[in-house]
Ligand binder design. Structure first.
Ligand code: F6R
Length: 241
């Protein structure tokens, strides 16, 4: 795993943008695996600005997102579908039919997971972008998730519900279940780009870079990927030896 320490969030977002832009330029039909959350927002803003100023085209790009809350549809402003539309898709002119995410409203969750797994085998990610949870989760693969997992429905860990409650009016409003790509779906990507900023990620980052490769720290699976880059700011890197 290649580790880049950026001095701050701005530099982290710029380095991530350079990597993402190279993928889009090399292959205008690339499949981008995308993430939600606070971490990629700086990168998404740079992609939008670049599209506006330089005209980088997303007409033929396809995207697959990591995860979605169960019970929330794309019209709900807390859904990840809504987040992606607002923070990236509307700003880069990508045709909506080229963007994919699990259907949070699916009644038959098993069928929905099977549909998404089939989609992911057709649309292998040229690059998969990831954030990391303070407990070491990637996507919503919480500690203990098998490395062999594919798309599934998870009960979110209490720590994840707490972390994510900042985005909801009340902690009780955070959905308890979510659809998520599995670790095997993530590892199938050609290239992986992990971003982490802030002191609350330092422990998970240390585990990812220097700890044991174990299902207790789902992100540690990434050390077995042949082309994985981690970009951290100085705060997130503060516990690295
Ligand atoms: C988001 C996702 C999560 C986040 C992680 C970090 O699609 O799958 O794993 O990447 O929880 O979240 P932030 O970036 O908000 O700290």
């Amino acid at each position: 795993m290649k580790v880049i320490v950026a001095k701050d969030y701005e530099e982290l977002s710029e380095r991530a943008f350079e990597i993402m832009k190279a993928v889009v330029q090399n292959n205008p039909q690339a499949v981008l695996g995308l993430a939600t959350g606070s971490t990629p927002l700086g990168l998404y803003q740079k992609m939008v600005k670049d599209h506006e100023r330089e005209g980088t085209s997303y007409q033929k790009i396809r995207t697959v997102n990591l995860d979605e809350y169960a019970g929330l549809g794309p019209e709900n402003d807390q859904s990840y579908a809504y987040f992606m539309k607002k923070n990236l898709f509307d700003g880069i002119g990508i045709p909506p039919e080229n963007t994919h995410i699990e259907n949070g409203l699916a009644g038959d969750t098993e069928a929905e997971c099977a549909r998404y797994n089939a989609l992911l085998s057709d649309l292998r990610q040229d690059i998969q972008l990831l954030g990391i949870g303070s407990n070491g989760h990637i996507a919503f693969n919480e500690p203990g998730t098998p490395f062999s997992s594919e798309t599934h429905v998870v009960e979110l860990a209490e720590s994840t519900i707490r972390d994510n409650s900042r985005l909801f009016e009340r902690e009780e409003d955070v959905p308890r279940r979510a659809f998520t790509m599995g670790l095997k779906n993530i590892m199938n990507a050609e290239k992986i780009l992990v971003l982490a900023n802030g002191a609350n990620k330092a422990k998970a980052v240390r585990g990812l870079v220097e700890g044991e490769i174990t299902e207790r720290l789902p992100a540690s699976v990434l050390r077995m990927h042949p082309d994985c880059t981690l970009i951290v700011d100085e705060d997130a890197a503060s516990l690295l030896s």
